[in-house]
Write a protein of this length. Structure first.
Length: 131
């Protein structure tokens, strides 16, 4: 398995973590009884951290299909290179750092880290489209 595919695998682990985190925080807010119920009625308002974690998750899910497709195209076409390795690693590292920055409400740095993840994605696209 190529390093890029391994990084994709770890990015999927991150996606699972980002699915679980808001759920855990929401259960703390509402209690287990509400969480395992049918939740037909509106629950209490979402707390700040839970809301931030939900938004961070949605943000990951906006670019994750692009990242996965890029890594798979690179693998299938045997275009692995230093550029693709660094691009994939940069994407994952930035996405990992992004979660606590968003959860703790750190504004400007969070956006800069998001831009780093996009730079990693652009490195992959560059390798596919320009090389």
């Amino acid at each position: 398995m190529t390093p890029e595919l391994t990084i994709l695998g770890w990015t999927l682990v991150l996606a699972l973590v980002q699915i679980m985190l808001p759920s855990l925080f929401r259960t703390r807010e509402t209690g287990t009884a509400y969480n395992v119920s049918a939740r037909d009625g509106a629950g209490p308002p979402v707390g700040k951290i839970t809301g931030r974690l939900q938004r961070a998750q949605a943000n990951l899910f906006e670019t994750l299909p692009l990242f996965a497709a890029a890594v798979l195209i690179i693998h299938v076409t045997a275009q692995e290179s230093t550029l693709t390795l660094y691009g994939a690693a940069l994407y994952l590292a930035a996405r990992v750092i992004y979660v606590p920055l968003y959860a703790f409400g750190i504004p400007v740095v969070r956006t800069l880290v998001w831009l780093v993840s996009v730079a990693g994605l652009l490195m992959l696209l560059w390798a596919i489209l320009v090389r």
